[in-house]
Design a binder for this molecule. Structure first.
Ligand SMILES: [Mg+2]
Length: 219
């Protein structure tokens, strides 16, 4: 399985090398390497929303643009989310955005059914997302969906280095999204490789998925 994944990764990398855009997310950026702590045995992935699933980090984007960005990126996101879900991983979202914005955006983008796990909005607390993830494992939805789950088998994918560091200190596995532009095929391919999941044969890569919505005059 992993070998197949390796071959697929290498093959896809070669194919992709000619089409790498200026928006390449820098998988080897040393600033991001320490945030990459994936040891396997992952039964749930909690994705950040802004700047991870959408393209624009933090609160730089208004609600309607978050929704537009997720819709624009849904063609790129879908095959990867389907693959991870198909591997038996529960997926949820944990964000400082409101639950209403997240659910509306997922609905408009047609991705809602892929997230069977917790959707946690306004995730602001003393221990940050780490505290929320621990609570989800102890008594929350993750403990219901995956009885006996521990925080060590949860992976947080986020573009916020503070949240990643705090989760890492709590033993939660972490994978950094790019500092800008949201997750791309490169990161999903690497996550699949690290988890021993074969990447989809032909991930859908479109210019629309790579470019922020603003480039196409939506702002
Ligand atoms: Mg973010």
């Amino acid at each position: 399985m992993l070998r197949l994944g390796d071959e697929a990764f290498e093959s896809a990398s070669l194919e992709g090398s000619a089409t790498v855009s200026a928006n390449f997310s820098g998988l080897t950026d040393p600033r991001r390497t320490t945030q990459k702590q994936v040891s396997g045995g992952v039964s749930a992935i909690m994705f950040d929303f802004d700047g991870t699933l959408t393209a624009t980090p933090g609160d730089r984007s208004a609600r309607r643009y978050k929704i537009a960005e997720l819709k624009e990126r849904s063609g790129m996101l879908r095959p990867w989310l389907e693959r991870l879900g198909g591997a038996g991983i529960v997926m949820g979202i944990i964000s400082k955005s409101t639950e209403d914005t997240i659910l509306t955006a997922l609905g408009v983008a047609g991705l809602l059914e892929l997230f069977q796990g917790p959707i946690v909005g306004k995730a602001v607390g003393f221990e940050g997302k780490a505290g929320f993830i621990e609570a989800l494992c102890e008594t929350g939805l993750l403990s219901t969906l995956r009885p006996g789950i521990s925080a060590r088998s949860v992976l947080l994918v986020d573009d916020d280095i503070l949240e990643l560091n705090r989760c890492r200190e709590h033993g939660i596995q972490t994978y950094p999204a790019p500092l800008d532009g949201g997750l791309q095929d490169d990161e999903f391919r690497e996550v699949c490789l690290l988890l021993g999941i074969q990447a989809p044969a032909k991930p859908k890569v479109t210019e629309a998925a790579r470019e922020p919505a603003s480039v196409r005059g939506l702002r």
